[in-house]
Design a protein around this ligand. Structure first.
Ligand code: HEM
Length: 465
């Protein structure tokens, strides 16, 4: 169905309902391989807001930069919270909708309603010790991440001082999971099985459902243990800031932390590594990789390739004009940061030489619900990337950059694998166990090596040439 696009300002609200528009499926093969083309097609056809079909459920996708800001900055007009979704309340969202499981676990990212503000405030307070570099918790986290990076590099280089590796599976994905395990204060190596289960959930394969069940049980046990005996970790900080959290509610927040840290930060690490070794950027990043340069490269990467490409849905509080359509009260609206960044209004302003700051990008969100963990995520990613380039004298892609395989989900976009040829800079480093957040539960390295995570990683080692 074609729609007449009308000039801004002169547009009359159309009378068409989302359900009646027979929207095109968004998640096609085309989207997987070249999402930018799909966004552009939708923009051409519908303007800054387009009706799309998300695996059988209709939704509005916000492609315009200005319209994205309008939604993100006005929380009362565009609240989150599945209770605001008209089609769901009317029983029109299928029970087996594939995106259901990721939206139905009720935590701070998904939630609207009266409890949200207190919960978000508690997150801000609980993250503070880990985000402010002057705090001992932040220092310990950074040392721990550097230690984990060393462990992973030493393990992958067991195939030889030079060789082939998949830096996604062997470094970028496990590193943030290990950092999350540190933040969560898992005693010893106990968290490793949970980390493997988080992968199964994120990969949404056939074993995702039992893995999710096991993971929630493990996190509920962890939550109960932290209520019983608080430590110097994120769950205990969150509880101190929000003492009314039930065991189940705390477990759901921990699930959120584990998911965000593992997937988003992993994608950021891989994308930054690609930028450094095959970079489109001028300035010879490879030869001058100071800590500052790593952070700067990362900031550029996060803007150009946002890990979270489509945000979780908001819902129109009342009938509202957005782009060329009238969004009915209770309609779901997905802001696409990737599409908004390609909007000429934004892309033109951030072109090289432009004086407009790239801080206006949406990769961390915008408005009251923007990411509270930006500094934490950047610190983990930067510590990992810095250590990688210290330990490897030479790294090159084993595939041309335009042939690297991408994994596309409705929410995320990241590399499926990152094949590289490496050469270690020097002799293997003696790995010092990373400090545990609670010293009474110092990790047992031998147990860790026998854990499922370690067995999995050992199975990925490729030999020499
Ligand atoms: C590269 C890493 C990350 C990126 C790119 C990222 C990006 C984002 C974005 C775009 C949002 C806003 C979503 C929306 O408006 O619907 C968000 C929200 C959020 N992020 Fe992050 N994030 C990252 C890492 C993390 C980590 C490691 C944590 C936890 C430790 C975290 C915790 C949160 C929370 C709690 C929210 C919800 C805030 C709210 O609704 O009030 N994020 N993140």
């Amino acid at each position: 169905m074609e729609f007449q696009l009308v000039d801004e300002g002169g547009a009359e609200p159309d009378g068409t309902r989302l359900e009646a528009l027979a929207p095109e499926p968004l998640l096609t093969r085309d989207y997987e391989t070249r999402p930018a083309l799909v966004y552009e097609r939708l923009r051409e056809r519908h303007g800054p807001v387009a009706p799309v079909d998300l695996l059988g459920v209709p939704a509005w996708l916000v492609l315009g930069y200005r319209e994205s800001l309008q939604v993100l900055q006005d929380d009362p007009a565009w609240p989150k919270g599945l209770e605001n979704w008209r089609a769901r309340s009317e029983g029109r969202v299928p029970a087996d909708w594939p995106l259901g499981p990721s939206l139905e676990v009720n935590h701070v990212l998904i939630q609207g309603g009266p409890g949200y503000r207190t919960l978000r405030g508690a997150w801000d307070t609980a993250l503070r010790p880990f985000q402010d570099p002057r705090n001992p918790q932040a220092k310990r986290l950074k040392t721990a991440v550097t230690g984990y990076a060393d462990e992973l590099i030493t393990l992958l280089a067991q195939g030889g001082g030079t060789g082939l590796a998949d830096l996604s599976a062997q470094f970028s994905r496990p590193l943030p999971l290990m950092a999350a395990s540190h933040l969560l204060g898992f005693p010893g190596s106990q968290g490793d099985d949970a980390l493997m289960d988080m992968w199964r959930v994120l990969d949404a394969g056939p074993d995702a459902e039992p893995a999710l069940e096991r993971l929630l049980v493990t996190l509920t046990e962890l939550a109960a243990a932290k209520i019983e005996k608080p430590g110097d970790d994120f769950p205990s900080q969150l509880l101190a800031a929000h003492p009314d959290l039930s065991v189940d509610a705390l477990a759901r927040e921990l699930f959120m932390l584990l998911g965000m840290t593992s997937d988003h930060v992993g994608i950021l690490i891989s994308n930054t590594v690609v930028e450094v070794i095959a970079g489109e950027s001028e300035g010879g990043v490879r030869t001058t990789l100071s800590a500052g340069m790593v952070r700067e490269t990362m900031n550029r990467v996060v803007m150009r390739k946002p890990p979270l490409v489509n945000f979780v849905p908001r819902f129109a509080a009342e009938d509202t004009r957005l782009g060329n359509y009238t969004i009915r009260a209770g309609d779901p609206v997905w802001v696409s940061s990737a599409a908004a960044h390609a909007d000429p209004l934004f892309a033109g302003q951030t072109a090289p030489g432009s004086s407009i700051s790239s801080r206006a990008h949406l990769s961390w969100g915008a408005g009251p619900r923007q990411c509270p963990a930006r500094e934490l995520a950047s610190t983990i990613a930067a510590a990992g990337v810095s250590r990688l380039f210290e330990r490897f004298g030479h790294l090159e892609l084993a595939l041309p950059v335009d042939q690297l395989p991408w994994r596309s989900s409705p929410f995320m976009r990241g590399l499926r694998s990152l094949p590289v040829r490496y050469e270690l800079a020097g002799p293997p480093v003696q790995v010092v166990p990373a400090p545990a957040p609670d010293l009474t539960d110092a990790p047992d390295q031998a147990a860790k090596r026998r854990s499922s995570l370690w067995r999995y990683l050992a199975g990925l080692i490729r030999s020499g040439s």
